[in-house]
Structures are given as C-alpha cells and as structure tokens.
Design a protein around this ligand. Structure first.
Ligand code: NAD
Length: 264
C-alpha cells in the first residue's frame, strides 16, 4: 500500500509531460493518491485531460490564476466532486514576461512585468490556499509549491522571477504559521534546473544546466521524478511534523561555495 493511500490531491501546473507537476502526479499516483487536475487555458486542456485519464481521473478543471472568478469556480466544482474535502494542493505555477528574465535586471524591468511576475508566481499560492482552506481543514492536509535558488541568491537572468520567488518563500512561512492550527501544512521544494517549458523562457538555460551538472555535489541535474518523490513525501503523513520549510531537491548545488582551490 502506498503512503498516500486514501489522500486526494489537486495538481495544478501541467503543461507537458516534462512539467514538474507531471513528475509530482506520477509519484502521488504511485503512492495511492486520487488525483484531480487543472489546466491554464483551452490550448492545454486536451493534454491535461489525457494526463488525468492515465491516472484514472476525470476531474479536470479550468484555472487561470489571474482570474478570481476562475479560482472560485474551480474550488466550487471540486467541492461538488469531493464534497467531504481533499488533502493535498500542489501549486506548480509561475510566469514572468520573457523580456524581464533575460540580461540586466533593470533593463527588462517595468512596473507591469514586476506586477505580473508577483501576481502569477507568488500571490496565486495564497489565493489558492485561501480558496482551498474550507475544503482542507482538519484532515492533516498539505500544500506544496515550487521555488528556485534565485529566491535567495542573485542569479544571472532570473531577475524579477527571483524577487517573486522570495515573496513566494515568505508566503510559505506565513501560510504555514496561519494554517497550522487548522491542521494544514505548507511547504516548498526548491528544485534544481530542469528542462521544462517555463525553464526555456529563461535566457541561457542550457548553460545553467551544464554549470549545475559540473558543480553540484552529485555531479548531475535533477529530474521531475526526483522532485515528484520528495513532493509525495512532503505531502504525506510521513512528513506530519514538517511545515513552513523550503526543501532543496537540487543534487546539493545550493550548499556549494568556492571549490577547487589548490591548497599547495
Ligand atoms: P511548466 O512550464 O511545465 O509549468 C509551468 C506551469 O505554470 C504551466 O502548467 C502553466 O500552464 C502554468 N501557468 C502559468 N501561468 C498560469 C496562470 N496564469 N494560471 C494558471 N497556470 C499558469 O514548467 P515547470 O518548470 O514545471 O514549472 C513549475 C514550477 O516549478 C514553477 O513554479 C517554476 O518556477 C518551478 N521551478 C522550475 C524549475 C525548472 O528549472 N524547471 C526549477 C525550480 C522551480
């Protein structure tokens, strides 16, 4: 029996089979969770429906997080299917205008690109948590989001997305503090770089991947399965004592400082 047997999980953020959310769905399904899915727009609907059917799910709901009415409708409809609640919410959503995640931080930055990056990549976590809250109370529920090292360190090209991820990580702590008494845990995985549609928007992504593979203690990058397995664990009762944490799944890259200095 899998360690998520009897749990119900809503998975957002599938855009392709390479999406981190796809790796999370795979691991959660393997561990026995029942899954429901959202899709951002009509273009992605069929893809998400076919992923859902692979996992024996027919709950596939539209959800563009920039639209409050869609957020409300999504959780209303989910409540009709899972009328006694659900246990897990996976937030795997981010976006920033392409010109804001290339080159000099200030050159690509506008009031609008700052607002969009923060709205879609950070505020949406709290907006979904707020809508999910009445459905998740007192069931040992778990909310999980995805972050990146650029939240903490200044990385070339990541720019305004790093600022939004810092806001996302702070939101994880505030949500954990406030939802903890209601039995809901909130955590993030800070994943190493993985070739996905979102990642291809970041200038120089191929070079970033190569750099990580040469410097990370494990001398490799991570896969969506690596992230999916940790996500399944963090959202399970095995992690019942963990909340408000940012867990790195990055082959150890974040611990490395200056290395390779000859001591002779
Ligand atoms: P992806 O492109 O497969 O997924 C991004 C998802 O965000 C897509 O499904 C897209 O539909 C969704 N999205 C964007 N705008 C939305 C909106 N307005 N409403 C609803 N959904 C919207 O890429 P991914 O790499 O799997 O990204 C998932 C998460 O993982 C993101 O938060 C990303 O920042 C994070 N992450 C990615 C990497 C990486 O290297 N790929 C590393 C660390 C963290």
């Amino acid at each position: 029996m899998g360690f998520l047997q009897g749990k119900r999980a809503l998975i957002t953020g599938i855009a392709s089979e390479r999406s981190i959310a796809s790796g999370i769905a795979e691991a959660m399904h393997r561990e026995g969770a029942q899954l429901a899915f959202t899709y951002q727009n009509e273009k992605l609907k069929t893809r998400v429906e076919s992923a859902a059917s692979e996992y024996g799910s027919d709950i596939v709901l539209p959800l563009d997080v920039s639209d409050d009415a869609q957020i409300a409708a999504c959780f209303d409809q989910l409540g009709q299917r899972w009328n006694d609640g659900f246990d897990i919410l996976v937030h795997a959503i981010a976006f920033a205008p392409r010109e804001a995640i290339a080159g000099n931080f200030l050159d690509g930055l506008t009031r609008e690109s700052f607002a969009i990056a923060h709205d879609i990549s950070s505020y949406s976590l709290s907006a979904l948590a707020k809508a999910a809250r009445p459905h998740m109370q007192n069931r040992k529920g778990a909310i999980l989001t995805l972050s990146y090292l650029g939240a903490e360190r200044a990385l070339s090209n990541y720019n305004v997305m790093g600022v939004a991820k810092a806001s996302l990580e702070a939101s994880v702590r505030y949500l954990a503090l406030n939802l903890g008494p209601e039995g809901i845990r909130v955590n993030a995985i800070s994943a190493g770089p993985i070739r996905t549609l979102a990642a291809s928007g970041i200038a120089g992504f191929r070079k970033i991947l190569g750099h990580v593979e040469s410097q990370a203690p494990l001398r490799r990058s991570v896969s969506i399965d690596d992230v999916g397995n940790v996500a399944a664990f963090l959202c399970s009762d095995l992690a019942a004592g963990v909340t408000g944490e940012i867990t790195y799944v990055d082959a150890g890259y974040n611990i490395v400082g200056m290395t390779g200095i000859d001591t002779e």
